[in-house]
Design a protein around this ligand. Structure first.
Ligand SMILES: C[S@@+](CC[C@H](N)C(=O)[O-])C[C@H]1O[C@@H](n2cnc3c(N)ncnc32)[C@H](O)[C@@H]1O
Length: 226
């Protein structure tokens, strides 16, 4: 299944499925990312693979609308579904339909580049990271929230079992297993915390570090542009 077909298939139930499959915990994981970002008034962020715009809305809530968020995603259905969730801070949001590997923005424009549950879908992750560095202002930050590798092997086995039922839940809620089999496969293929840190450094980011949440079910990576 192609990435575009995957997200076309789930776009109108995307937010609901997120809640069901993560048992609501994606909300907590995203808040952890925003905590670590430490948003400040006037901050201008790009929310890449932003989909329905959950991260942008959380960021704008923290700065009480005193900031700017650009949601960038190649899937117009995901963007459209997000724009239906009209929000008090809608005026602070702009939406751009584009791939992370080729961002239609000038150099050194943003104070933070955020990608949440999106980078494992990039066709070329390293190219996406190079683009992240290009569009960030010097002294600003890259942050990525993504499914990752569990530290504890017994928990990893349990998680593997849970992964087997994810496509079945997908079938029940959106009527199709394939997009959720794609989800499981991309999570499996995604590099470990350490390997991904190396890729971020290779792109030119400094002071790269990561924090595991729930033993590494997800990890947040952070890096700085000099
Ligand atoms: C799982 S959703 C994440 C949405 C949102 N960021 C969140 O945390 O809920 C993944 C998004 O990645 C987007 N995507 C897929 N390939 C991409 C690429 N090459 N560049 C940017 N976004 C991409 C999809 O269209 C989809 O909206």
């Amino acid at each position: 299944m192609e990435t575009k077909q995957v997200f076309d298939a789930v776009a109108n139930k995307y937010d609901l499925m997120n809640d069901i499959m993560s048992l609501g915990t994606h909300r907590y994981w995203k808040e952890c990312l925003i905590d670590w970002l430490k948003p400040y008034p006037g901050m201008n962020i790009i929310d890449v693979a932003g989909g329905t715009g959950d991260i942008s809305r959380r960021f704008l809530k923290r700065v009480h609308g005193n900031g700017k968020a650009t949601i960038c995603d190649p899937n117009s259905n995901m963007l459209k579904n997000g724009s239906n969730n009209i929000d008090v801070y809608e005026d602070c949001i702009s939406r751009t339909c584009a791939f992370a590997e080729n961002l239609p923005f000038e150099n050194e424009l943003f104070d933070a580049y955020i990608v949440s549950f999106g980078i494992r879908n990039f066709t070329d992750i390293q190219k996406g990271l190079d683009e992240a560095l290009r569009v960030l202002k010097p002294g600003s930050r890259f942050m990525c929230l993504e499914f990752s590798k569990l530290e504890n092997s017994s928990l990893a086995k349990l998680y593997e079992k849970y992964s087997l039922i994810i496509p079945k839940i997908g079938k029940l809620v959106v009527g199709d297993e394939a997009p959720y089999q794609y989800l499981v496969d991309t999570i499996e293929r995604f590099p470990s915390q350490e390997k991904f840190s190396t890729m971020i450094k290779r792109a030119g980011f400094k002071d790269v570090e990561y924090r595991n949440i729930f033993n590494g079910v997800v990890a947040i990576h952070s890096g700085w542009k000099n």
